[in-house]
Design a protein around this ligand. Sequence first.
Ligand SMILES: Nc1nc2c(ncn2[C@@H]2O[C@H](COP(=O)(O)OP(=O)(O)OP(=O)(O)O)[C@@H](O)[C@H]2O)c(=O)[nH]1
Length: 326
Amino acid sequence: MSPGSDANAPAGGARTERGRTHRHKAARATRVGDGTYRAGFACFVGRPNAGKSTLTNAIIGQKIAITSNKPQTTRHVIRGVLHREDAQLVLVDTPGLHRPRTLLGERLNDLVRETWSEVDVIGVCFPADEPVGAGDRFISTEIAELKATVVAVVTKVDLVPPAVLAERLLAVSKLYDFADIVPVSAVSGHQVDTLVDVIVGHLPESPPLYPDDVLTEEPEQVLIGELIREAALEGVRDELPHSIAVLVDEMLVEGNLTKIYANVYVERSSQKSIVIGAGGARLKDVGIRARAEIEALLGRRVYLDLHVRIAKEWQRDPKQLRRLGF
Ligand SMILES: Nc1nc2c(ncn2[C@@H]2O[C@H](COP(=O)(O)OP(=O)(O)OP(=O)(O)O)[C@@H](O)[C@H]2O)c(=O)[nH]1
């Protein structure tokens, strides 16, 4: 995808062409309306098969999945960033909560709650074609404890007649005092824009969390940042568990070569030395490994320019830093 493709998308978009067209439409046509810029994180939770991934893809418009062999090192796996004139919505994957049967299960659930507590909005998904069950009730009691705004999403509404949908909406409304209940179909596109509006409306007032240049509509940049972060943490996870954030500054396409300029942010100068290594050897190695992964992702040759910086130079707001996983 080139930056030009968005400019060429038909104004207003088409239901059958979600994805970039969908974003284009969102950027033009929808506003929460109070003139404030909002940015934040949201995730979809719910029992298996509830339609979480399909919904995420319908909103972001690309099939993306970052697979990490050590997922516990990344608190959030970013699935994509939706940019609008008035907002930036970062959709993340969070681990699922299960009914605990063991102490380990309980500890894992504590971790999940901690992760959930870092997002601004949680969308609990209930598939319209299945009755509300014990798993849904369990999730709903757990989220009651969190500070995030909790929205119910009744998914797959294209699969049921209106009377069944009405029944589900009623059952869901009895589970918990949700901030909103939105019926959607990720497959037909029904109400996907409305859901985005509702979520954005619950995000905090905040400047954009990710850079807003011409290419930022590409979730690729975020994925690339994650790949670099993974490579930079390899072998030094004990020393720098959550102390690295990566932001891709610029991507330039020159023929079949993509030049990527990225900054690796650390908290302290001692961490900077760890990432760079003796005589720059480690950073060079990080660059080689990250480049191979990025080339596999993009299917193009890549030139990768990495700079290690101390976060204070870049962003002093502790809240923003926390949001990036510091
Ligand atoms: N008809 C219809 N099918 C849908 C819709 N959304 C999802 N599905 C289907 O439901 C199934 C499950 O969807 P996923 O998005 O994988 O569900 P998930 O919640 O991410 O599932 P897990 O990864 O198991 O937790 C898939 O076969 C989807 O194609 C929808 O809006 N309408």
